[in-house]
Design a protein around this ligand. Sequence first.
Ligand SMILES: *[C@@H]1O[C@H](CO)[C@@H](O)[C@H](O)[C@H]1NC(C)=O
Ligand SMILES: *[C@@H]1O[C@H](CO)[C@@H](O)[C@H](O)[C@H]1NC(C)=O
Ligand SMILES: *[C@@H]1O[C@H](CO)[C@@H](O)[C@H](O)[C@H]1NC(C)=O
Ligand SMILES: *[C@@H]1O[C@H](CO)[C@@H](O)[C@H](O)[C@H]1NC(C)=O
Length: 935
Amino acid sequence: MANSSPASFLTQANAILRKNLTYQKRNIWSNVRLIMIPFYLCVVLVCIQALFDSQVNKSLDNQCGCKCIHKTGAEKCQMVCGVEYSTREQGVFCAIPKPQPWPPLILIPLPRYGAVDSNLTDVSCKQRNNCPVTILLTGRNQSLGATLSRNLLRRSFAMNYSDLLFSLADNVLATTYKGSPTNYLDAGIVSDRFIYNLQPRCTQNSNFSFSIGQPPLNFTKETRCVQGLNLWRNSSREINNEIFRGYYKGNPEGMINEFVAAYDLLDTNRTNFNVNIWYNATYLDDSGNRPPKLLRVPRLVNLVSNAYLQYLKVPRTKIVFEFVKEMPKPETKLRLDIASLIGAVFFTWVILLLFPVILTSLVYEKQQRLRIIMKMHGLGDGPYWMISYAYFLAISTLYVICLMIFGSAIGLKFFLLNDYSLHFVFYFLYINLQISIAFLASSAFSKVETASVVAYIYVFGSGLLGWFLFQFLIEELSFPRHWIFVMELYPGFSLFRGLYEFSQYAFQGNLTGRDGMKWKDLSNSSMDEVFYIIIVEWFFLLISAYYMDKMSSSGKGLLFYLKNPFEKFLSPQSPSLQNQVSAVSVEMDKLDVIQESEKVEKLMSERKTSHAIVCHKMKKVYSGRDGNPPKIAVQGLSLAVPSGECFGMLGPNGAGKTSFINMMTGLVKPTSGSAFVQGFDICMDMDRVYTSMGVCPQHDLLWETLSGREHLLFYGRLKNLKDSDLDQAVEESLRSVNLLRGGVADKPAGKYSGGMKRRLSVAISLIGSPKVVYMDEPSTGLDPASRMNLWTVIKRAKTNTAIILTTHSMEEAEFLCDRLGIFVDGRLQCIGNPKELKGRYGGSYVLTMTTAPEHEKDVEMLVQEVSPNAKKLYHIAGTQKFEIPKEEVRISQVFQAVEKAKRSFKVFAWGLADTTLEDVFIKVARSGQDFNVFS
Ligand SMILES: *[C@@H]1O[C@H](CO)[C@@H](O)[C@H](O)[C@H]1NC(C)=O
Ligand SMILES: *[C@@H]1O[C@H](CO)[C@@H](O)[C@H](O)[C@H]1NC(C)=O
Ligand SMILES: *[C@@H]1O[C@H](CO)[C@@H](O)[C@H](O)[C@H]1NC(C)=O
Ligand SMILES: *[C@@H]1O[C@H](CO)[C@@H](O)[C@H](O)[C@H]1NC(C)=O
């Protein structure tokens, strides 16, 4: 016996989970293909890297130079590599056992950005491009400060080229280059044309040039004199203020403070030397990534120490800071990781590629109306959401895990250098966001094609925009960071940003042989803001997606709330039209129809009712489009169907039968009126109604890859059938619709013939003994034997179920239905059981006679004789059909007349028939339409 309580959340979730598992098992190969995509793409990336390696990384310019040397006595030459055989480009890659000593430099702003006074108001030097370099001093004893500040810079310079480093150390040399991660070559010496020479006053002959280093790493430098300015301030607070004001003002390129440094001499006196030095400890190297290894601070310490020493002793005393020198270095190779460089855009595509897959699968279920048919059989939104979300999450997670595994296995630095857990958490959060977006977007699409086109545009558009626009803006440091943040609100860009940071870290890590991104780097890399954005958007979008889905599945479109007020305003004629029509209809209504609506009125006033379906004055008006008048599909239908009855709905095409069924199954809302199924209002409690409802739609809604048995198991579970009950019900149901023979039940439904699909649909609608079943032309396309079979099934199911059935087969209506209603132009024209209807409308016989065409007139005269009121229905090539009122003739008269006629001319065939249901239908339909033409 079927369980009458509706299925719980878990039962429903279990049902759809099992169905989906079976479905995905059938589609295992498409799932595997999906998961293999990252593999193919990673291989592509590796090929690009291999190509790049062979062309760039392995090119002779990018490794230490070698030469074939003939040793004395040896026959063949021998390859030797080293700095001495290299060009300057190759030299950097060679082993350097004795690195070059470089003169120590201090860091100064470009001459056009130097600060001159405390208010930074004098800008004339900036225009002339010769601002002095300013050092600020303070301390307890101003006169001591003045002495030291005089000693800080050398008044006259001296060059002794035979002892180059020493005499360079005697001068105060400076650069505007901050330094690089390695110091085999000082960026200040290698990159800049000038070395600046700080002097209290510049004279004509204060410039000189020198050459430093050994070939091929030798550089000729010109020095350029810059005026050094030492300014006394009364307190360290003042200095702080000024340095703060000098911070990054009008100095976009350098990003160096307009002040070079500041000294606080504190309580320094003859016996005590105590200094604080201000310098910028957060400078990043010239590629903007890491603090340079060699801070240019030691020389600042040396400067003030020398000044103090000279104040203590004689002017010539000094501590010479002669050079800086890097540790010895082995031979290195160029390791440009191209995969990391293009990784951002590449992996953006890889991850985004899941989006169209998810979106199309959601829209497909909507387009094929599988979603709604599941809902009609009692599947709630909650289980559907939960299981679909879980499925997409599982497949996406597998996808990114595969991506990470393949990527690492193939040796992509992008994965190897960055922290795996960081990668995983980032992807996991993002795929959650992506699924929410897909859910939200799915409510906006009704066609798979449009959805997939839009989704792919999103995928490739985001990648390309990210690459060409967003990356450019990230790297353009003067672009305001808050606008970057705003752009990251677009999900494609937040993904791109995350991957971009990963690739930057991997690239740098590879170049310098360090690790990539770790959790502790999260905040330096602005990765944290990406994480926050993704998490917040995920929650927000998930909630709005759920809300949108609820709105659209309850029959209200996206714009429902916006559109409604305008509709009333735009078509003010519609209410008056409806009133007018219903006023006319009252007098035209037939007695039986009036009786039915009286019965409904009575039922409505009672609380409890044994009637499974009660419709009360249901009306559906489709609003007019493009200037057409509104279309009235159903006009004030009142109907009551008790349990155990099969009600047949007949009517010509377009009469409104399907609109009626759609309203009853919750696909569309009635414009006015109400209906109760098992006492639940279809406008308020549709979810409760669905739990006791079965539907056999006009077009079969089946999953191609699931078998008939699996369909029935799924719907049976939704109807809360369990264990042995379920198996029994499915078996019985398969047998009754004749799908058990030949293993048909276990073949995929996509392979079924039209008739088999139809039978399966009927079986689905009846499984779990629903209290109310709607069948839209259940037997179309069936052979007579199957049809008979199906009818017996329906007849048997009728015992404790109310069935509403539409059909075009009169035979079916007569066989199955206890009552019939003929529906014309949205209105019931008559209602009653088939016998009554025939009696009421079929007050005539139908005489058909076939003769040679020239005798048509004779036949007509003969009929006139028998019955003056006979009506000719049609004539064609000698065959004529007449309708003869029953009260005018007796059958024997007709026979006699025909016998007489046979004697005077040749009658090929003739027949006399009582009215059939078909005649009734044609008559009623015609009269209904005639009436409507007049009104
Ligand atoms: C300040 O320094 C000068 C030497 O430059 C010294 O003569 C004087 O005593 C110092 N004043 C104080 C208050 O220490
Ligand atoms: C230059 O340096 C060399 C070597 O230290 C020294 O012998 C020579 O005297 C110096 N010349 C001058 C002019 O100081
Ligand atoms: C610093 O102190 C001296 C003397 O104490 C005073 O004349 C001068 O105006 C002060 N400077 C500033 C900028 O306050
Ligand atoms: C210190 O250096 C960093 C990096 O170059 C720069 O962004 C910052 O503005 C500098 N700070 C000051 C006070 O100049």
